[in-house]
Ligand binder design. Structure first.
Ligand code: COA
Length: 157
């Protein structure tokens, strides 16, 4: 079985972790529900789906409280991975936590999946400047996903 190295990064009192325990996964779901269900109005059955069973979950804590989340979907037959559900609680935004999340995710992918050369994301339009700042490029026209405008973006690593 493939050994997985778990990355942890620190910035002041923020700790970003690859979720390993059931509690850490539940903490990631808590953040996603706060952001995508309560704030953006996505129905819960669309937010939490079957891919959560196979995904790698990422969760950030500030003083032991979950404040940010995301998930990585790896396809063994592909040279790309998908990063989804990146979310930071509203009061923690614009504090570089999203960037810290993406840096941890990219380091995790590089270390554990050396054959992967592309990270793909379906990005909400408003978040595209955030991703472009980290080297992502837009690869599709605008499309609707769950009533929210998105564009495909990707980064070669
Ligand atoms: C998108 C999101 C994850 C960004 O997280 P964040 O922690 O606020 O981002 P950071 O503080 O790390 O941002 C780093 C840089 O990205 C850019 N940026 C971040 N959010 C931005 C926005 N809404 N509009 C334009 N640029 C933005 C800025 O240049 C920022 O640096 P600055 O604050 O020094 O100007 C967060 O806004 C969020 O959770 N939004 C709601 C959920 C969502 O839409 N997720 C995206 C799904 S594709």
């Amino acid at each position: 079985m493939k050994r997985i190295a778990y990355e942890v990064s620190n910035l002041q009192d923020v700790v970003v972790k690859i979720a390993q325990s059931e509690q850490e996964k539940q903490d990631a779901f808590f953040v996603r529900k706060e952001v995508f269900v309560k704030e953006q109005g996505l129905p819960l059955p669309l937010e939490v789906d079957d891919l959560d069973k196979i995904a790698t979950h990422i969760v950030a804590y500030y003083k032991q409280q979950p404040i940010a989340a995301s998930r990585i979907i790896v396809n063994d037959k592909s040279d790309s991975v998908k990063v989804e559900r990146l979310s930071v609680l509203p009061k923690f935004r614009r504090k570089q936590i999203g960037i810290q999340m993406m840096q941890t995710i990219e380091a995790f992918i590089r270390k554990n999946f050396p054959n992967v050369s592309v990270i793909k994301i379906h990005a909400q339009i408003h978040a595209i400047p955030f991703y472009e700042k980290q080297g992502f490029s837009v690869t599709s026209p605008e499309f609707m996903d769950n009533y929210i405008p998105h564009r495909a973006i990707e980064k070669h690593i």
